[in-house]
Structures are given as C-alpha cells and as structure tokens.
Design a protein around this ligand. Structure first.
Ligand SMILES: Nc1nc2c(ncn2[C@@H]2O[C@H](COP(=O)(O)OP(=O)(O)OP(=O)(O)O)[C@@H](O)[C@H]2O)c(=O)[nH]1
Ligand SMILES: [Mg+2]
Length: 241
C-alpha cells in the first residue's frame, strides 16, 4: 500500500512521440491509480516537429497540470541534458526514468516501487537479462550490439548489475542528483556510466526483470556513430574508475 510522503516523478523525454505519448501517459496514470502513490509526469519535449507538444498540452488538459507537467525546450538538445532538465523540476523524492516510445511498459512501475521498498535500494534498474526479462522486435544486429556492449562492460568494469545500457530505472532523487553531477558522458553510454558510478559510490542497486519491446511508431536512431562513441566512452570509464 502507498506510504505517506512518497512521491514519484516520472521523467518522459520526447522527440517525435506524438503517436506514443497519449498511450504511455494513460498507462502510467493507470499504474499509479492501482498502487495509490502520489506522482507527476514531467514531459521534456525538445521542439518535436511532429506536434508532440500539442499532444502533451491536450493531455495536460485531460489529466490536470498537477499530474502532467510540461517542461519543453526549444530544440533537440539530447537525452542526457533532457533528464537533467526534467530532474530540476521534479518535486518527488523518487524519480523514474523511462522512454516514451512504449518500449518500457508502465505496468512494471509498481514492481520497481515494491523492489525499492524491499531493500531500501538507492537505485532500481530494469533488466532484460535476468529472470523473465527479454527483448522483443530487435533484429540480430541490434541484439548483438546491446549484448556486446553489456558484456564488454561487465568484463571491464564489473558493475554488479545485469543490464547496463537500459534506461528504465527508479532512483532516490538525491542519489540521482549526485550521479548526474558525477557523470561526464553523453548519449547512449550515459545510462551505463550512471550505474557504474552508482556502484563506485557504494549505492545499492535492486533489479526488476522487464520486457523491452521495440518501438512501433517512429524512427530508430541507433547508428554506427553511436557504437563508436560508446566504445570510446567505455574505454574512458575503464581508465578512470
Ligand atoms: N527531450 C528529448 N528526448 C529525446 C531526445 N532523443 C531521444 N529522446 C527520447 O528519449 C527516449 C529514448 O529515445 P529512443 O529514440 O527511443 O532511443 P532508443 O530506444 O535507443 O532507440 P529507438 O527506440 O530504436 O529509436 C524516447 O522517449 C525519445 O523520444 C532528445 O534529444 N531530447
Ligand atoms: Mg526507444
């Protein structure tokens, strides 16, 4: 049951997610109405040309401005800084970070919360690589890249968490603020650095198996340049942590 005083701020970074946003928001609202916790959804849209912001405004009208909080930025400034921007506006003592493209299903949120309370964890990370977790809809290339990146990192940095590149996580807000201050990398590797630093600072990490479903609407952006910058970032972390 809900405990008094706890509030969850969900950060939803969006870039061209007009078709996905109404459904993900509805699913989050549903998840919280079932578990009864206080929450807010912070939408950080980077001037999406597809009209995501208009959709977000309609959602604000439907659910109210206490639940849906719009914190847009004028142009596409990247995912890492979108989290930082959103975090600054978060009023909860916990922050949940997830993608808005329906790859991360909000039905797992109550499990994240339960897990966090079970061990008073500083971080709870969704994992595709243990228990019932898994990936659906990726081609072999994408699976190999994700597995490879994860495996290499496990070997080089031994972070003690099974899914390093995933981005469906719950943080104590104070812990997230510290980690964000400490992290240097941008892009795909940012998620990994967060978990590596969490371990480095002695934070506790709980894990929840999640299924990850490839986006149905919208374009995928993972290209060769991301792979190269990931490899560079990994070597940097290996050398400095
Ligand atoms: N605010 C903001 N959000 C972004 C930006 N880039 C991506 N996003 C959002 O961040 C989340 C994750 O991005 P995705 O494009 O799904 O990245 P991915 O899951 O690695 O790749 P695909 O799903 O295959 O495209 C989604 O909700 C995006 O809309 C950005 O520059 N600014
Ligand atoms: Mg995605």
């Amino acid at each position: 049951m809900a405990e008094k005083g706890d509030k969850y701020s969900i950060l939803l970074p969006t870039y061209n997610e007009r078709e996905n946003l109404p459904l993900i928001v509805w699913l989050i609202v549903k998840a919280f109405s079932e578990c009864g916790y206080d929450y807010e959804i912070i939408i950080i849209d980077d001037g999406s040309p597809d009209g995501t912001q208009e959709a977000a405004k309609q959602l604000e009208n439907i659910y109210g401005s206490d639940i849906i909080r719009l914190r847009p930025r004028p142009s596409k400034l990247g995912l890492g800084t979108a989290y930082i921007h959103g975090m600054k506006h978060a009023t909860g003592n916990f922050v949940i970070i997830m993608d808005a493209d329906l790859s991360h299903h909000p039905k797992f949120i109550p499990e994240f919360i339960r897990k966090q309370k079970e061990g008073d964890y500083d971080v709870v990370s969704g994992t595709r690589y243990i228990g019932d977790g898994g990936v659906f809809g990726w081609d072999l290339r994408r699976k190999l890249i994700s597995r490879g990146a994860n495996y290499l990192t496990q070997v080089l940095l031994r972070p003690g968490a099974s899914d390093l590149t995933g981005s469906f996580r719950l943080y104590k807000k104070k812990v997230l603020e510290n980690l964000v201050d400490a992290c240097v990398s941008k892009g795909f590797i940012f998620q990994m650095e967060m978990i590596v630093r969490a371990r480095q600072f002695g934070h506790t990490i709980g894990e929840v198996p999640i299924t990850f479903v490839d986006r149905v609407y919208g374009e995928s952006k993972l290209g060769g340049s991301e792979v190269v910058s990931f490899a560079k970032g990994l070597l940097y972390l290996f050398a400095t942590t």
